[in-house]
Ligand binder design. Sequence first.
Ligand code: ATP
Length: 869
Amino acid sequence: MARSIDKTIQRNFIPPIKNNLSEQLNVFQTSSKDISTAMNKSNSLLTTEDQKMLTETITTNDTSHSIITTTTTTTTTKTTIAKATNSLEAGCLCPFCNGIFQMTCHRPISEISCGHIICYQCFVLNTNQFGCVQCKKPSEENNSNMKLSSTINVLSDDKNGVQQVMPETIENQILNVFHHVFKLSDFRHNQWEALNAALHHHDCFILMPTGGGKSLCYQLPAIIDSGVTFVIAPLRSLIFDQKQRLNLLNIPSAALTGNISPEEANEIYRDLYKDIPAYKIVFITPEKISMSDQLNNVLRDLYNRQLLARFVIDECHCVSEWGHDFRRDYSQLGQLRLNYPEINLTLLTATATPRVQQDILQQLNINGNYKLFVQSFNRSNLIYECIPKENTDIALSQIANLIKINYQNQCGIIYCFSRAECDRTAQYLLAHNIHALSYHAGLNDALRQTIHMRWINNECQVICATVAFGMGIDKNNVRFVIHFSIPQSIEGYYQESGRAGRDGEIANCHLFFCYDDYIRMKRLILNDDESKSSKQTKQVRINNINRVYDYCLNNVTCRRAQLLEYFGEIFSSSECKGTMSTECDNCRQDFRTSSLDCTRISIEILKLLSDLNQTNSTLSYIIDILRGVNNKTIRDAGHHRLRAFNLCQQLTRLDVERLISRLITDGYVKQEFIEQQSSITAYLRPGTNAIQLTSLSSQRSGSTTKIHIELTIRIEQVNNDHDEEIQNPKQKLIEQINEQCFIELKKELKSIFSTSSYSNIISEQTIKALVKLMPRSKEKMIKDIFEITDELYKQHDFNRLLRILQRFGSERDEIKRKNVSQNSSDSENEIDFSVDFTDRTTHNKKRPTASIITTTITKRKRASGGSSF
Ligand SMILES: Nc1ncnc2c1ncn2[C@@H]1O[C@H](COP(=O)(O)OP(=O)(O)OP(=O)(O)O)[C@@H](O)[C@H]1O
């Protein structure tokens, strides 16, 4: 809506440049009529309350200080115009900026006390700071910022043809500054409304997606407002970045951060104590407010002199303990409303669930009367993808290939788990001729700033960073964000991946995940005694990481739908599928799904964990038991005789992991961490909520307690024999051979390609196809497998793959020939096929039908610009 309003206004608003003032005034008259028509038009699209707000004219606190005020008479105007006309005859250029006088930003403004004329923009930006920009004469009267809110803007004919002065409306001021200070043309969603609300003295809570344009919603009002706007931001890097952008726009700003010298700080304080401070925006950190008396004194002084314009809390999710970046000092900001009740607050964030929003408002003592601006969090230009990480080396080489193939001369960010990982990743990429730099909190401020600047200036292609490189990073052309390790929360992931594609062009977000990283991170949170996190805060962080891991494992649901659901937004995956060029990895693939009621399976899993409580069992071991893997360790331990053995034979390994991950997230299962040498192992145990689930099995039917655990899984190959209760044991052995063959082929490929990654040449799907078709000759391999060409075969000595396929092929043939009876058990393959997940003696229960991952080939519709893992 805002966009359409604005377009109408803009088309009519900027008049052509004219060489003399009377001509300019004529043009302006016409255009002002157009504006009011446009405003009327746009008003018809607004609610009554909005219309009232938009038509409200500004009331100044002291109009007598204005040169041209709302009460200025026609005579005064004529004098001004006469002066302006004289001055304009001498070249029509603003003497300060040399810009041509126009009727909008560069329209001439005369100052009453000295009679000099400058353009409106210089007037807004400089006159109050330096006195008259021509004679530098300070004027007690001229120096009031109030005049900025009430300068003449529109001249229109009255009935008698006499030009009259109209007060400048807030809308016009917004448009002026928007077009001519920020040099922007189209408002983004909600900007127009938020700017109006702020300038009409409302508290504003602005939730916009990353890169949505939140900064404008406080920067623009700060220029128009009288007094100084204080922006509370969480990081120096963010402040540094914002300040630089304001410098480019000639908007006077300062930062009272810990890294400035006492002299610099004193200079800023001196300015703030002036009658009219030069700075329009001052950045501070929440810690500064908590700790600095000097700052609090100046705030009080400005408040008493009515020169405190607004408080802006950037990244306000940090206020909430439920937010992902919670900061203790942020929670003290509730004092602002109590200490400065007249001052409006503007809250900005890109990540706040409804629960976090409520908490923020409560913490900040904002009740009822505020304007909320929420919009879809969907970043429609981002392509989300999760990639299982085999190990660090393979992931590194995958990343190097990905950048070389897909992102030549395009810049990106790689988020790493630790400082060491940043350094290692950057070194690896450098060794592969990719210009990468490492950025983390271990570097000193100056070096971090240099690296940041080199990246901003496109002197370095990739930045390998910890999350310290996050909020406030505004580089428009970031084409990819790679997470080398899983992020700490969904909000964190949304923020970090949101650094990509801020120019609105397509960009990719690749997330590498593995169970080891997940437990490493969890372990770190549990061991974190330094940050003095409360037990509750730790639990929040643990829940956050569990959610992220669930997200990574979920190979069914649209990534956008998953992310947006987290923020309380309902998103239809058809929207993602409908935009082929930016489909997420799950939407990109064709598969059918089925919903499984996993309640009973879950109960059995908990019983299994309880049975194994004395034995330390890892996730991988539990999955092996559940999937009936017939290996020596299981056999030696006698675990193939357990009731749960083979319980999930028809689920893929990933599905079983997803189910267990769900049980962990819901507290039915917990992980116990044991440190052995330098590695951490997590053992699974029944969790605190386990009893709620296991007690279900002893409840009579018809009981009111209902826990329902459902899992939607992919059905890639439907088992036609639905009614067959137990899968043919022959088939099971074949599956195991397939699985083993798949693993060996991957190992062999790794060794064939040694230094580089094979995954860009031979995809996971191709390996699966090899297993399925099991070609026994070179010719058949080339004929059956599309990706394998004669040239590729020779170039990489695929005879090595052929030998594996021949070996497993004959094993498979052998099994097919053998008549393996359902109850047979030889000494080598001792499998108890009679297990069922409900009752070991019951065979007439229907099992869920699921896919066999090793025989699955999914159709990939590659999106443009995406990777080809
Ligand atoms: N109306 C607009 N038209 C064009 N560009 C805009 C507009 N508003 C903002 N921008 C630009 O969009 C980019 C992102 O804006 P901004 O930094 O304010 O985003 P943000 O919402 O604060 O994002 P983040 O939460 O990620 O920091 C900036 O380069 C800004 O100049």
